[in-house]
Design a protein around this ligand. Structure first.
Ligand SMILES: *Cc1c(COP(=O)(O)O)cnc(C)c1O
Length: 396
């Protein structure tokens, strides 16, 4: 197939294809401009409307908009009442924010290992970590595949824990016919540009529990019980700060963009699934590359398409394969360095190698291939061509 670009050959692509990318159209831009000309730039009608439409989309009674996905996790941990001394079980294979949010409220994240086939939280590993101090499990729908919620639900019921979902990868997915967002007690989402829909920065928490939603609305607004618009309506200056909160509000400018983006979600998730199908088919007969397994009964939202390289068949490390693919113009990435291996966690919590061996082993072998709805069939072919080209050269 020719000399690798990393060895001086011609790359598969001249311009690098990123691993993820937003898609904005004139309708989105128009929606934002309209808000810019209006009276309410923040705490206005677009916030409530975005929350309403989002809740409808994920099948919950409530949705609370916040400034980013990390703020969503923080609000969720706060609403669940996590406080110093409490333990919260999180998977090792996730973005650091999942665990960080527990610490924001004084809790201790406890890392559970993941299932080797899906890299989703291993429910039995999670159950084995439960102590009298455990208050909650935060499941992460890694790559966009919903976790094993039947197993998790029965564990949290048995031990009287809360179940939260970091569903930042899984908007538009479903578990046994139930939309992601409506499965756990609380589900958090992010609207960062690489996620399914974007507001630049932004986040949301979906829940059926009106009390939890109210706690989070107060939390995102300094711990104050009414917002500016409500006071204006009531013609009153009086407000009370009842708990310590933050300014985690999402602007009307961003919510208008979110409303416009949300209309495309279903089509975009379908396109992500199509791309995944094309990759699955191509890699079914490509030795040394193994896509993660997808379990029965799930509709995978494919924020990421992660493959594992079988290094026993290759004369290269993941780092070398990564560099070779980047040189070919394929913007591969790695999701994630297991959180317990980050220096902060090692120093503060004494975590380290050996704690979650399945996640640690996977980390040595995984690469995220480009996955975003605007990719055309030619882009998908380029990725497949580059992967095959690189593997052919490094195969033992
Ligand atoms: C993106 C993401 C977050 C954080 O979202 P931000 O909007 O970037 O703060 C948290 N958890 C997971 C799993 C994510 O993918």
């Amino acid at each position: 197939m020719g000399k690798l670009a990393i060895h001086g050959g011609a790359p598969v692509r001249e311009h690098t294809l990123p691993y993820g990318r937003q898609w904005l159209d004139e309708e989105d831009i128009g929606a934002v401009v309209e808000v810019l000309r209006s009276a309410w730039l923040t705490t206005g009608p677009n916030v409530a409307e975005f929350e309403r439409l989002f809740a409808e989309k994920v099948g919950t009674n409530e949705a609370v908009a916040v400034s980013n996905g990390t703020a969503a996790l923080h609000a969720a941990v706060h609403a669940l009442g996590i406080s110093p001394g409490d333990e919260v079980i999180v998977p090792a294979m996730t973005f650091a924010a999942t665990a960080n949010a527990v610490i924001y409220e004084g809790g201790t994240p406890v890392f559970a290992d993941v299932d080797a086939d899906t890299l989703l939280l291993d429910a039995s590993a999670a159950e084995a970590l439960i102590t009298p101090r455990t208050k909650a499990i935060v499941a992460v729908d890694y790559t966009g595949q919903p976790c094993d919620y039947d197993a998790l639900r029965s564990i949290v019921s048995k031990h009287a824990l809360s179940l939260a979902a970091d569903a930042c990868h899984a908007l538009g997915g479903a578990y046994n016919g139930r939309p992601v967002g409506s499965i756990a007690d609380l589900s958090t989402f992010s609207f960062h540009p690489v996620k399914h829909v974007t507001t630049g920065e932004g986040g949301m928490i979906a829940t059926d529990d009106a009390d939890l939603a109210q706690r989070m609305r107060v939390f995102r607004n300094h711990g104050i019980t009414t917002d500016h618009r409500e006071r204006e309506k009531q013609g009153s200056w009086f407000y009370e700060m009842v708990r310590l909160g933050y300014n985690y509000r999402l602007t009307d400018i961003q919510c208008a963009l979110g409303i416009s983006q949300l209309r495309k979600l279903t089509t975009w998730v379908k396109r992500r699934q199509e791309i995944a199908q094309a990759y699955d088919t191509a890699f079914a007969d490509t030795p040394a590359v193994e896509p993660l397994r997808v379990r029965q009964g799930v509709s995978h939202a494919y924020h990421l398409y992660v493959v594992r390289f079988d290094l026993s068949q290759l004369q290269a490390s993941r780092a070398e394969l990564f560099a070779a693919l980047r040189a070919e113009g394929i913007g591969v990435n790695v999701h994630y360095i297991p959180v317990h291996l980050h220096p902060f966690y090692q120093e503060r919590f004494g975590t380290g190698p050996g704690l979650c061996p399945v996640a640690e082993q996977a980390y040595e072998e995984i690469v995220s291939l480009p996955m975003f709805p605007r990719m055309d069939d030619r882009d998908v072919e380029d990725v497949v061509t580059a992967v095959r080209k690189v593997l052919e050269v490094y195969r033992k």
